[in-house]
Design a protein around this ligand. Structure first.
Ligand SMILES: [Zn+2]
Length: 202
C-alpha cells in the first residue's frame, strides 16, 4: 500500500472521519511544510511516552513526575466531598473553566440503549470502586441531555444505590440541572451555563 493510501486508511479510523475527509488530511500534509509533518509525527510519538492515564479518575495527563495521579487528583486542596462523573476528558477541560473545585471521574463513554452489558461501554466497575474508596458525600452525574445520557444515568444510579456494590456506602447522587439544554454537551457549554446547571442540580 502506498504511504498516501496507508495514511488515508489510518485517518479513517478517527471518530467521525470518512474516506473523503481522510484523503483531504493527507493532501494537506502533502502540501504542508516538512517541519509541520515532523512536528505532528513527533507529537504523536510523545503521546505514548510523555502521557499517562490517571489511576483514580482515568483522564489522560502529561507526566511531569512519577505520580500515577493526574494534577487534579493529586491536588490536596481539591474538595474531596464532590465527585463529578463525566463522559470524556474534554468535559473536564471545560468544567475546569467554571468554579468547580471538586474531583472527577471519567466514564469513557456512554451506554447505548440496546446494550446488554453496560460494563463494556463505560467504566462502571471502576466507578463503583472509586466511590467505595473515595467515599464522596455527593456524586454528580454530568451526562449528556440525550436519550442515551438518561439511559446511562439510570443504570449508574441503580448500581450506586446498591450498597453491596459500593461496600455498604450510599452517597447522595445528583444530576446537573437543565440549564444545559437537550442534546447539549458539557464539552461545549460555557462556564456560566455549567455553573447554572451545577447550581440547579437535583
Ligand atoms: Zn485524576
Amino acid at each position: 500500500m502506498s504511504p498516501i493510501d496507508r495514511l488515508t486508511s489510518l485517518f479513517e479510523k478517527f471518530p467521525g472521519i470518512g474516506p473523503r475527509q481522510a484523503r483531504r488530511f493527507v493532501q494537506y500534509l502533502l502540501t504542508s511544510s516538512p517541519a509541520l509533518r515532523q512536528d505532528i509525527s513527533e507529537q504523536i510519538r510523545s503521546l505514548g511516552t510523555q502521557t499517562a492515564q490517571c489511576k483514580k479518575c482515568y483522564r489522560w495527563f502529561t507526566k511531569e513526575s512519577k505520580s500515577v495521579l493526574c494534577p487534579i487528583c493529586g491536588d490536596e486542596h481539591r474538595e474531596k466531598s464532590l465527585l463529578f462523573v463525566v463522559e470524556k476528558d474534554a468535559d473536564i477541560d471545560n468544567v475546569e473553566r467554571s468554579n468547580y473545585k471538586g474531583l472527577y471521574f471519567v466514564l469513557g463513554g456512554i451506554i447505548p440503549l440496546a446494550a446488554e452489558e453496560p460494563e463494556k461501554h463505560i467504566r462502571l466497575r471502576e466507578l463503583l470502586r472509586c466511590a467505595e474508596e473515595a467515599r464522596p458525600a455527593e456524586i454528580i452525574l454530568g451526562l449528556s441531555a440525550t436519550t442515551e445520557g438518561d439511559h446511562t444515568r439510570e443504570i449508574i444510579q441503580e448500581k450506586l444505590r446498591l450498597p453491596a456494590q459500593t461496600g455498604g456506602f450510599s452517597p447522595k447522587i445528583s444530576s446537573l440541572g437543565r440549564g444545559l439544554s437537550t442534546g447539549s454537551e458539557l464539552e461545549y457549554a460555557d462556564p456560566d451555563t455549567i455553573e447554572q446547571a451545577f447550581g440547579n442540580r437535583h
